[in-house]
Design a protein around this ligand. Structure first.
Ligand code: XIL
Length: 347
């Protein structure tokens, strides 16, 4: 009898704290970090910084650690790097007991002109990338616990994307996924404690792109290439609500987990065509399903949204006519999606 009362009290306390608690506290019960992409220029807004610092256990620079922003001048310049934005975000994270995830070392976008127009040879490009990776991993060792080492290296059909690193003229490491392997090896050399991730979009489901990533991951694990996890960006629409897609996502995560890899949901947003109550309700349901998939997959250690307020989201700029993709609205009010995530983390 006493035991039963005790159990009931515990259950009530648990559900109370989930309702009134924060995302970060709710996630902690499952050993899941709850993160948001952030920008240092927004930290001065008290509404922004209060939510970021209290609701999330991790942040990631939305832009400020990308090559073009953090390494805006050539290595021949006396001051090739600009760490101001990244450092400010790290300071904020430390003050609020948050982890920092690094994004991203090798990507085809947001690469500076000095690099794309520099006519570098493969050997020079290789040296530049090696220096870039070593500099960042060493500077941020102990401060950035995980990195998206390579971002979006495959296209939808499962073949390699043509990028400056792959073929213009390439970093000189050879064919196929060799340049990716090289980047992971350089990152591991510079900071052996950092968790190293491959990150991509539209690879959540079983499809040609996720098959290609899986083949690479299996090969890397077999040969001891230092790959620790896979980031699923999860930029999705309400189409993803179909049970078939959700099941496919669960299966896909499972096969990567079985390779011994950690799973991170790195850039979640669910864009909508309008801000109607019906759309918000459908969005909340899907956010809940995505959260549940992470909770149910024990290797899933991060749920991170790409921003957190509809006031600052990349979606309207990149997908004209769409938006309202995040957990807080433009006025920093919690949306039904927020409650859905909290509820699924509370169970
Ligand atoms: C986006 C940022 O949100 C925008 O502010 C920027 O203008 C372009 O990049 N996949 C990624 C992210 O890995 O780095 C992208 O971020 C969104 C898609």
């Amino acid at each position: 009898m006493r035991l039963r009362c005790f159990a009931i009290v515990c259950l009530c306390a648990a559900s109370l704290s989930a309702q009134s608690g924060t995302l970060r506290d709710a996630g902690a019960k499952y050993d899941i970090l709850v993160g948001a992409a952030a920008g240092s220029h927004l930290l001065a807004d008290p509404e922004y910084s209060t939510i970021l610092g209290s609701e999330f256990s991790q942040l990631q620079a939305e832009n400020e650690m990308k090559f073009g922003e953090i390494h805006p001048r050539p290595d021949t310049d006396p001051n090739p790097y600009d760490f101001a934005g990244g450092d400010a975000l790290i300071r904020f994270a430390q003050q609020h007991n948050m982890k920092v995830r690094g994004h991203t070392l090798v990507w085809h976008n947001q690469v500076p002109k000095w690099l794309t127009e520099g006519n570098y040879s493969a050997a020079q490009l290789s040296a530049i990338l090696h220096g870039h990776i070593s500099t960042l991993l060493k500077r941020y060792a102990l401060k950035v616990y995980a990195w998206d080492v390579v971002n979006e290296a495959f296209v939808a059909g499962g073949t390699m994307r043509h990028t400056i690193w792959y073929d213009q003229p390439g970093i000189g490491a050879g064919a196929g996924t060799k340049y990716i392997e090289q980047a992971f090896r350089w990152a591991h050399e510079a900071d052996p404690d950092a968790k190293l991730f491959y990150n991509d979009f539209d690879a959540e489901e079983l499809n040609k792109k996720s098959d290609a990533i899986y083949r690479m991951a299996k090969d890397f694990k077999k040969r001891g290439v230092p790959l620790n996890g896979i980031g699923f960006q999860t930029h999705i629409t309400l189409n993803f609500s179909s049970p078939h897609k959700l099941k496919s996502h669960a299966k896909n995560m499972r096969r990567f987990a079985q390779l011994g890899l950690e799973i991170h949901m790195t850039e979640i947003d669910i864009r909508l065509p309008d801000a109607s109550p019906a759309s918000f309700a459908a969005q909340a349901k899907l956010y809940g399903e995505i959260t549940k998939l992470c909770v149910q997959q024990h290797s899933c250690k991060l749920l991170q949204t790409w921003g957190f307020t509809d006031k600052h989201s990349w979606i309207p700029g990149f997908y004209p006519g769409q938006g309202w993709a995040l957990l807080w609205d433009e006025k920093y009010q919690k949306k039904p999606a927020y409650e859905a995530v909290l509820e699924k983390l509370g169970r």
